[in-house]
Design a protein. Structure first.
Length: 147
């Protein structure tokens, strides 16, 4: 498993328009593991037979699995370790299938000095298809004062 390289940015390091992304191929074992972790054993995610009879025609990944890739970007790259999630909106626009490569991207949309908060525009794409869009608000640590 390849995790994103960790980088810590402090509030003072951020500027509007900064972007980071993380690409991940969705594997069957990821979906099964997410079902075990979350307790969401909906057969649309786990049973090819069941899922083949749905409008999707096959298994799809959990929406929150896809959203968790956004969390990976926020927690490891932009802004990185020390960032605290305040809120997250999500709009699921298209299914993510086993074997798809999802690219999760985060962009700094707004910076608020009071409380060191940032609004981050979030999206996930499979190829040219936007599969998830949303916005996150995060609290970002200040650069430590050197003594």
């Amino acid at each position: 498993m390849t995790l994103p390289e960790t980088r810590t940015l402090y509030f003072e390091d951020l500027s509007l328009g900064m972007c980071e992304s993380y690409a991940k191929e969705v594997k069957s074992s990821d979906v099964v593991g997410f079902a075990e972790l979350s307790g969401d054993r909906n057969p649309i995610h786990l049973s090819e037979h069941f899922a083949a009879q749905t409008p999707f025609g096959g298994r799809i990944a959990h929406g929150l699995y896809t959203a968790s890739l956004i969390s990976a970007v926020i927690g490891t790259r932009l802004p990185g370790p020390g960032a605290i999630y305040i809120s997250q909106t999500l709009c699921f626009l298209a299914p993510v299938r086993i074997g798809d490569t999802v690219i999760a991207s985060v962009e700094v949309a707004e910076l608020v000095e009071k409380g060191r908060r940032a609004t981050l525009r979030c999206e996930c794409r499979v190829g040219d298809t936007l599969v998830l869009a949303g916005e996150a608000e995060v609290k970002i640590p200040a650069r430590p004062v050197k003594s």
